[in-house]
Design a protein around this ligand. Structure first.
Ligand code: CTP
Length: 433
């Protein structure tokens, strides 16, 4: 080929770094030249020797290496490439790119280049879905950086969700498209043995069980969670509801999934992202929630976090209720089915059934009464008194009082995510211990 296309591959420090070796091999088979730059932390996962063998080129790493600077500067490295690819792009690299930080050779190249840039992120699912990472990605897209979405699946750390590096053939194809270079799928045959087995990730990659399920405390358990408020229609545009945001229930569903459970989340109307790996069923009313809970059985553990409306309009007006001069007729209400109490009596009652109690006074006393009345195993009581700005309902934090037949355990206030993890650990101990 007269003028072969060249990429500058920046290898970030992550467990997926070993896949960059396979990517280089595939790109070179497509006739694309690859020069590699590695960050300092990448060297924890792949060796410069491995990258050098695959690219048949010097591997660049330390911008303060005078010999390297004399031979070829960072501007030169980017100038000689048609495209800069960051693979794997860690959360740290993405954050530094978004902020314009140039604290090593890789970041200096990225700040100085005028070439197109493709970032191929790979990271833990929680790092991927963190608001900071998503905010950085939005900024980078606005800066014309192309982002290849990660794959979803089981991760090296044992969690499940989006964050896995896409397979090297898919990355190679994307690079070819960006370079307007023909992609020959036939040349993406299975990889040759790893060239240098000394680095940690190289060794891990060689282990056949590397990607397999790691033992997690709730693996094989079915967990059912309800979350959010319900909307009880009055007419086609009006409804009765409450201030529940659904955040606590979603955090519990997420924590259960992270601990290996198969989670079904029956959610009232909320504006929240579905936690990775969770099956979510959206409902509006209490009666719809009751029907979906029934369908989700059997479950080993049920955690009823939803703030279900106790009452609904006795009659839903088929058309919008109009002002007619005189005050409207009083709204007559009917009681909704009690989903938690129903589950306690069910022939397929979950082994561990947990209810929530939102109280504004006499918290422990009312919650203990509720434990008996509903027939569940634990009640988690929250104090929902206080002004809207600092209220548990809709807020960031929560404090739990866990009421069981054996007594009461009170946990201090912490974020809804933290307390959800602590709760799931207690549940795992109770169910498996
Ligand atoms: N719950 C339910 N179905 C309902 C009402 C409540 O499953 N129709 C569940 C909630 O999800 C929660 C628990 O019951 O786990 C407690 O709900 P709460 O509304 O606080 O209790 P109530 O029984 O409604 O008692 P009160 O309103 O008198 O406090």
């Amino acid at each position: 080929m007269d003028n072969p296309k060249r990429i500058l591959l920046i290898v970030g420090g992550g467990i997926a770094a070993y896949k960059s070796l396979e990517l280089i091999r595939l790109l070179r088979r497509q006739g694309i030249g690859v020069r590699a730059v590695m960050t300092q932390s990448a060297a924890e996962f792949v060796t410069p020797l491995s990258l050098g063998v695959m690219s048949e080129d010097h591997v660049y790493g330390d911008m303060f290496d005078l010999k390297e600077e004399r031979e070829i500067g960072h501007i030169q490295l980017s100038r000689q490439a048609d495209l800069i690819v960051i693979c794997p792009a860690t959360a740290n690299i993405l954050a530094k790119m978004a902020a314009g930080i140039a604290d090593d050779l890789a970041m200096t190249i990225l700040l100085a280049t005028d070439k197109p840039v493709l970032a191929v992120p790979a990271m833990n699912v929680r790092m991927w879905s963190h608001r900071a990472t998503q905010r950085n990605l939005t900024m980078l897209r606005a800066d014309d950086v192309q982002i290849m979405d990660p794959d979803e699946g089981e991760m090296a750390c044992g969690e499940y969700g989006p964050g896995r590096l896409p397979e090297p053939p898919a990355i190679a194809e994307r690079i070819c498209t960006m370079l307007a270079h023909p992609f020959n799928a036939a040349l993406t045959a299975p990889r040759a043995p790893a060239p240098h087995p000394s680095a940690r990730a190289d060794r891990l990659a060689a282990q056949p069980d590397f990607a397999e399920e790691s033992p997690r405390p709730l693996y094989g358990k079915r967990v059912l969670v309800t979350a959010g408020p319900t909307h009880e229609a009055i007419d086609p545009v009006r409804y009765i509801t409450n201030r529940s945001s659904g955040r606590q229930g979603f955090a519990i569903a997420q924590a259960a999934a992270e601990m290996g459970a198969a989670v079904t989340l029956v959610a009232g109307p909320v504006h929240l992202v579905t936690p990775p790996g969770v099956i979510r069923i959206d409902v509006e009313s209490a009666r719809e929630m009751a029907a979906e809970v029934e369908k989700a059985l059997p479950a080993d553990i049920a955690i009823m976090v939803a703030a279900v409306a106790d009452y609904r309009a006795a009659d839903i007006a088929p058309q919008k209720i109009k002002k007619k001069g005189a005050p409207p007729a009083p709204l007559s209400l009917k009681e909704n089915p009690d989903i938690l109490a129903g589950l306690a009596q069910h022939s397929r009652r979950p082994k561990l059934l947990i209810g929530f109690a939102a109280e504004t006074e006499n918290i422990i006393e009312y919650a203990r009464e509720k434990l008996a009345k509903k027939g569940c195993d634990w009640i988690i009581a929250n104090d929902v008194s206080g002004p809207k700005e600092t209220n548990v309902m809709g807020g960031e934090n929560n404090a739990f009082h866990i009421i069981t037949a054996g007594g009461t355990e009170s946990w201090p206030e912490s974020s809804k995510e933290m307390i959800a993890r602590k709760l799931m650990e207690k549940i795992a101990d109770a169910i498996t211990g």
